[in-house]
Design a binder for this molecule. Structure first.
Ligand SMILES: [Zn+2]
Length: 82
């Protein structure tokens, strides 16, 4: 899934860090930031900003947990690591 914002309001980005393993900027966004479809718009998102990869979560806690591990969900990070 690619990164497509319905709006890019910075307050919706609650956390942003450069990942130690991959060197990419990874961030967590509030629900409503990204609308892939009606279902996904209700989810929290973790995004690898360098690659535009994203993954949705039902809770903020889960999104924060994935923030530190883009290698587990960003295909581009995985490719670069090989
Ligand atoms: Zn990545």
């Amino acid at each position: 899934m690619r990164w497509r914002f319905s709006r890019t309001n910075p307050p919706d980005r609650i956390e942003r860090r450069r990942n130690r393993e991959t060197g990419t900027m990874v961030s967590v966004w509030r629900p409503g930031t990204i609308a892939e479809d009606d279902c996904d718009s209700a989810r929290w998102f973790t995004i690898c900003e360098d690659h535009g990869s994203l993954v949705g979560h039902p809770t903020r806690k889960l999104a924060m947990q994935w923030l530190s591990h883009p290698l587990t969900w960003c295909e581009e990070c995985q490719k670069n690591k090989q």
